[in-house]
Design a protein around this ligand. Structure first.
Ligand code: ADP
Ligand code: ZN
Ligand code: ZN
Length: 733
């Protein structure tokens, strides 16, 4: 790479790169792609990333400015990784600077120097949240842990002594508990098993491991389809160990932070390898250190949520995606990438296998497996015994409900609790009630900024919109007619908790949703109580449906499945089926057979009938046939152009112009739907409309988008709308 024009990615909503001259005093050959530069931009200065060097620029020499300063001695990103990130920008049609810079840790993105390496000192040996949880009764030690976390998980001993004058006893206690170690204990690089596997593999697991292990040196996607509790994680562990032993690295993606502690603990226990963790539950400093450890090859197992797929990891030898169907893999703002899909791209570029695991695979992955494009590995049995729970539809038409619960369900809950087993009650709605209403005049707690209702959060005494976050105090009477009483309509988990606690006062109850787990470490704390049998009743939202194992749960109840049956979004059926099966998978791990009850007013609904009779397999078979008939993904490719403006007409006009521009390309394999108002046509005070572009094939759609995007910026209405493109959208709103 030569030339004295520097092509720099900057965080700006502009396509393409920005040209600069080298900073004063810099030797051109000092400058390498992947280094950060401070550059003048507008009236200020920004931190950018050098992407390439060129001989010349389209900017006239007189207007070409010099960069101000080179910020890194060595590149932060390798040419291969830069290339991957540029591919991402290209595929999702997003400005490169808004892909490349957000892929860096926050401080580096802002131009700050990397946190220094800590050569001799102390470091956290476990996640800070986990350490804090174990130190609830040791405030002094907890303080040390917090401080270490703020320092990025490690600090020189001198800094520790300066900060904690009388801290020696606390430090010794932490070391004895194994929560803090002396550095440099970055564990040895050649690594393998720390503890031997606790059990031999089942024949199914053995076959899965052998299949993937037979081709570790080339790209191949695998779908590992196994019912919950069938031992998928064990398969990941064995494969990871083998790849790590060969000196290569492993990327493991998990859907959500709440899932990581158990899983991470299992990997840490089994594999003697430094692990880097990237998820939102960690402090900025911890994340930056771990990003650096992954980048430099010091940590060769990277476990993380969605954005970890953008982190550098040299010598990649295996990519694992747990719960590959999970919608949280899709980024919903900025560059709207799918971490699941990008994981495959990374494996392809690295020439290694990618294993996508799920009990309820996405229809996309299932189709690929059926067509033989992915290897298909199945785990049909739970090694621990215990069958999958029996599913039963409970018709609640005409029944009197108490807080949403029917009499037969309440009775069954009572029986199960009395027999000493746990019950999980699932409702995917937090808060006390989704609406507050006046029976006198019909007033409803509408959000002033959205086409939606504000949810009543009784504990906080507030009305909150779950879409835009707007809040207000609960009015003491009706704001419209002055009537004294307002009434909750429907229920959320908060109300469910109240009803169940009143009905079963002798059985401790734990509620798990975003409201009860906002504080760091609280999910684990609550889950631990459940695991230790300290709670008979578990109430929660989808946080409960994922990943966790509750061996003591013998009854799972879904209060309301009907919500997902009649959505306008064609993916709603898939989501509902996945949710039902995932929730079911929480039960019946122990010796007892589990049971699942679904309350519904539509017991004859084909989706429910298919699920109950044939399980997820049967559902997927039918759903794929329907998608095929309707030419919907995965039998076609979509992109959704969204626009929001102060007036609906403006948003629609912009999209009409966009549609005309797309149409004028004369692609035969392209279908346009819209523009139409979005299902939630007003959100946070803006009117929203959308245009769906559907291509028979990926390359057709990509061609259209490539030509369309530069034209969109120049459309007459472009300055008056906020618009965004979503390639392979998951939600059509
Ligand atoms: P999944 O990831 O599919 O939900 P896990 O790997 O977590 O399943 O396994 C579920 C349970 O079964 C765990 O408690 C695990 O320790 C146990 N297990 C997994 N494989 C085996 C095996 N081969 N023999 C005995 N127990 C196993
Ligand atoms: Zn009223
Ligand atoms: Zn709102």
């Amino acid at each position: 790479m030569s030339g004295s024009v520097l092509r720099v990615a900057l965080p700006a909503p502009v396509w393409g790169l920005f040209d600069y001259l080298p900073p004063p005093g810099a030797e051109p050959d000092e400058l390498q792609p992947g280094q950060r530069l401070l550059v003048p931009f507008g009236r200020g200065r920004r931190c950018g990333l050098l992407v390439e060097r060129a001989e010349s620029s389209e900017v006239p020499p007189s207007r070409l400015k010099a960069a101000l300063e080179l910020l890194d001695e060595a590149p932060l990103l390798s040419p291969e990784h830069l290339d991957f990130l540029r591919w991402v920008a290209d595929y999702y049609h997003h400005p490169p600077g808004e892909v490349l810079l957000p892929a860096l840790p926050l401080r580096l993105r802002k131009g700050k120097p990397p946190l220094p390496d800590v050569p001799k000192g102390i470091r956290l040996a476990v996640e800070a949240a986990e350490a804090e949880r174990r130190l609830r009764r040791a405030p002094k030690q907890r303080e040390v842990v917090r401080w270490l976390a703020e320092q990025g998980g490690a600090a020189p001993l001198t800094a520790f002594r300066a900060r904690f004058e009388k801290g020696r006893a606390a430090l010794r206690a932490l070391q004895e508990k194994g929560l803090v170690t002396e550095s440099p204990p970055e564990e040895p690089l050649q690594c393998g098993a720390r503890t031997p596997p606790p059990y031999p593999l089942t024949a199914e697991q053995e076959a899965a491991v052998a299949a993937v292990a037979a081709e570790l040196r080339r790209f191949r996607p695998w779908l590992l389809e196994g019912v919950t509790g069938s031992g998928k994680t064990e398969v990941y562990l064995r494969l990871a160990q083998q790849v790590l032993e060969e000196g290569r690295s492993v990327l493991l993606l998990v859907p959500e932070i709440a899932l990581t502690p158990q899983l991470v603990a299992r990997f840490r226990e089994r594999l003697a390898v430094p692990i880097a963790l990237l998820h939102s539950g960690r402090s900025e400093g911890e994340r930056e250190r771990d990003w650096q450890r992954a980048r430099s090859g010091r940590a060769r197992l990277l476990i993380g949520t969605r954005s970890a797929v953008l982190a550098p990891l040299p010598d990649l030898g295996l990519v694992l995606v747990d719960e590959e169907h999970d919608p949280s893999y899709k980024q919903q703002e900025g560059v709207r990438y799918s971490a699941r899909d990008l994981a495959l791209v990374r494996a392809q570029r690295a020439g290694c296998p990618a294993v996508l695991g799920s009990a309820t695979p996405s229809l996309e992955s299932l189709r690929n497996a059926r067509q033989g494009r992915y290897g298909w590995l199945r785990l049909r049995r739970r090694p621990t015994g215990g069958g999958l729970p029996r599913m039963r539809l409970l018709d609640i038409r005409g029944q009197r409900l108490e807080g949403g619960l029917s009499r037969p369900l309440l009775e069954r809950i009572g029986e199960t609790l009395d027999s000493g087993r746990q019950v999980l009650v699932f409702l995917n709605r937090r808060g006390y009630a989704p609406v507050l209403a006046c029976y006198q005049c019909g007033w409803l707690s509408e959000c002033p900024r959205c086409d939606a209702r504000q949810t009543w959060h009784r504990g906080w005494r507030k009305l909150v919109c779950h879409h835009c976050g707007s809040q207000r105090p609960v009015p003491s009477g009706c704001p419209a007619c002055g009537a004294a009483d307002l009434h909750p309509l429907g229920q959320g988990t908060e109300r469910l908790e109240e009803v169940l606690a009143a009905r079963f006062p002798r059985h401790p109850l734990v509620r798990i949703d975003r409201d009860t787990t906002a504080a760091r470490g609280s999910v684990e704390r609550l889950l631990e109580r459940v695991r230790k049998g300290g709670a008979g009743l578990l109430v929660g939202t989808q946080m409960l449906a994922k990943g966790h194992h509750f061996p003591g749960v013998a009854l799972v109840a879904m209060v309301d499945v009907d919500g997902g049956l009649f959505s306008a979004d064609y993916r709603a059926a898939e989501r509902t089926a996945q949710l039902v099966v995932q929730v079911a998978g929480r039960a019946g791990r122990g010796a007892h057979p589990g049971e699942m009850i679904l309350q519904t007013r539509y017991p004859e609904h084909p989706l429910l009938q298919t699920l109950v009779r044939g399980g997820y397999d049967a559902f997927a078979e039918e759903a794929l046939a329907e998608r095929k008939a309707a030419e919907l993904p995965p039998f076609s490719r979509q992109a959704l152009l969204r626009a929001a403006a102060a007036r609906m007409e403006t948003a629609e006009e912009f999209l009409r112009q966009a549609a005309a521009a797309a149409q004028s390309q004369g692609e035969s394999g392209l279908v346009l739907w819209g523009p139409v108002p979005a299902p939630m046509s007003r959100r946070a005070g803006r009117y929203r409309a959308q245009l769906l572009l559907q291509g028979a094939r990926r390359d057709v759609l990509q061609r259209v988008l490539r030509a369309l995007m530069p034209r969109l910026q120049r459309l007459p209405e472009a300055g008056r709308v906020r618009w965004s493109l979503d390639v392979d959208p998951l939600d059509l709103y």
